[in-house]
Design a protein. Structure first.
Length: 186
């Protein structure tokens, strides 16, 4: 069995009782071109400090935490790129806050990341975190939840910042077609 992180390997052992000796870890790859990445369109979304989220709009991704933080930090511009089952619920949560922008689905993640000053990965379940790897390639700092495989990429204070989750997360209603909150987090 191939797992994409030690956290995923640990999850397979704890949750499914798979023998750890039958699991190998091979991290997700990222193809790097010889030259430094140069965005096709270097125009930023905002002249203000831009904070980005890139990923699925679903329960394990913690986008609601990103939005609640954005509501308290009105001097910054927040951008959410992605689609998912919680899109409408998250837009409702954002309300009419002018500093929270939904970009929708994007085809080129490096283009989006290159327009940000900081990337945030507020996940409550994240086996590895491709956005973190891509942000590093774009030389953008990352603030992320200290869960699962994220700490296999980010060394706190060296190449990003890890935040230890300390509050229980929930939505007030359970929606159809969303991923349930994880039972086990590494």
């Amino acid at each position: 069995i191939i797992a994409n992180s030690n956290a995923s390997k640990s999850m397979l052992v704890k949750r499914f009782g798979i023998n750890k000796n039958k699991i190998s870890v091979i991290y997700n790859g990222f193809l790097k071109k010889e030259e430094t990445f140069k965005p096709q369109n270097s125009k930023r979304y905002s002249e203000r400090i831009s904070v980005g989220y890139l990923g699925r709009l679903d329960t394990p991704k913690g986008v609601n935490v990103f939005i609640n933080s954005a509501k308290k930090l009105m001097d910054y511009e927040f951008f959410i790129a992605g689609e998912g089952a919680l899109k409408n619920k998250l837009k409702e949560l954002a309300g009419d806050n002018k500093n929270i922008n939904f970009i929708g689905g994007i085809k080129e993640p490096l283009e989006f990341i290159s327009k940000m000053d900081i990337m945030v990965v507020p996940s409550i379940r994240e086996p590895l975190g491709n956005t973190i790897i891509e942000s590093g390639y774009c030389k953008k700092p990352v603030i992320a939840s200290n869960v699962d495989g994220i700490a296999e990429i980010i060394k706190h204070g060296e190449n990003g910042f890890l935040i230890n989750p300390d509050k229980e997360l929930s939505f007030t209603e359970i929606l159809e077609d969303v991923v349930p909150f994880p039972e086990v987090v590494i």
